[in-house]
Ligand binder design. Structure first.
Ligand SMILES: Nc1nc2c(ncn2[C@@H]2O[C@H](COP(=O)(O)OP(=O)(O)OP(=O)(O)O)[C@@H](O)[C@H]2O)c(=O)[nH]1
Ligand SMILES: [Mg+2]
Length: 312
């Protein structure tokens, strides 16, 4: 299922980001440590060009530590550095500033402060990070996407300025698997997708990769080879019962998603770099197929038109 959730303010935000980019010294791209691939916005990648970029894997308190390390190793390059943080770990936030300093070139003649633009998909924790760096509440935060609606400048000191930006998704999330993961972690409004569908996709992965945590949390015998059956068993064990004594799948799904997002099932990461490579190939193949079909349709229409004209 392709997701199309691109509210007007995101379109405006994208344009504003492009406008202020020339005056930006470093881009801080906030990624969700549970879905580093799916939370990386390809639109931002194009926008930033060769600007130095610090990839910040946030919510690491909710992610699988081993996989967070794998992802961090995956990013290092000349213009890109990476770090993991958690809003619950002040030391991880403190470690960011020295790293940012290594990414700018100080010049004695410089009078303007360095500008750091904080970007990322909705609900990933950009404003929370800014508040923690500033040491006070300067930006509005909230546990739902699209809280920040416009850019905001925050002076950290005479030498540093932070720019908070609204979360931006790309107009058409063309990898359906990424769409489900974005929905599972709360980057997409819950109303944009069917909760039971999102929960079943989450369980497809969790049942295989984190079966013990799931079993422990729900404390019932789960049929782990069947995600719909697992969701049904979770719903029954938690009293999500609707008419006729049947499990209310929507309620069970919402319960599972809430507990997953709060880290109550355990620390989990939903993707690794191998999955990223495989899925990017699939997306490319499907793009080529779609383009071919479009061309074939166009050719068929043209042939039909020519036939009609030659008859007439
Ligand atoms: N567990 C955990 N929660 C976090 C962390 N960072 C942020 N959050 C929570 O994530 C939610 C979203 O945080 P925000 O800072 O508003 O996210 P944002 O990226 O600014 O969102 P938009 O402005 O909507 O794009 C809030 O409920 C935060 O408390 C973290 O490191 N760990
Ligand atoms: Mg925000």
């Amino acid at each position: 299922m392709a997701i199309q959730w691109f509210p007007g303010h995101m379109h405006k935000a994208r344009k504003e980001m492009a406008m202020v980019l020339p005056d930006t010294d470093v881009i801080v791209e906030v990624l969700d440590a549970r879905i580093p691939f799916s939370s990386e916005n390809p639109m931002l990648e194009q926008l930033r060009g060769h600007k130095p970029c610090l990839k910040v894997l946030t919510k690491s308190d909710l992610a699988d530590d081993e996989l967070t390390q794998v992802w961090l190793n995956n990013y290092e390059s000349d213009t890109t550095k990476s770090i993991q943080i958690s809003s619950h770990d002040p030391l991880s936030i403190k470690a960011m500033q020295p790293l940012l300093k290594t990414m700018v070139t100080p010049s004695q003649s410089r009078v303007n402060p360095f500008v750091v633009m904080v970007v990322g998909i909705p609900n990933v924790g950009k404003s929370t990070l800014i508040n923690l760096l500033a040491g006070r509440t300067v930006a509005k935060t909230g546990n739902e996407p699209a809280i920040t609606k416009r850019q905001q400048h925050i002076s950290l000191s005479d030498h540093w300025v932070l720019r908070d930006t609204p979360g931006v998704l790309w107009p058409n999330v063309d990898n359906p698997k990424s769409g489900y993961r974005l929905a599972a972690t709360g980057a997409i409004r819950d109303t944009a997708m069917d909760s039971a569908d999102v929960a079943a996709h989450l369980l497809d992965y969790v049942c295989v990769n984190y079966p013990e945590q799931l079993q422990q949390r729900y404390n019932v015998d789960l049929p782990l080879d069947d995600s719909v059956g697992t969701l049904e068993a979770i719903g029954r064990s938690r009293g999500c019962i609707g008419g006729g004594g049947m499990v209310d799948f929507d309620r069970a799904a919402r319960l599972l998603l809430t507990e997953f997002r709060a880290g109550q099932i355990g620390k989990m990461t939903l993707e690794n770099p191998d999955m990223q490579r495989k899925e990017l190939k699939e997306v490319e193949l499907s793009r080529i197929e779609k383009a071919q079909k479009k061309e074939e349709k166009k050719a068929a229409r043209k042939a039909a038109r020519n036939k009609r004209n030659s008859r007439g």
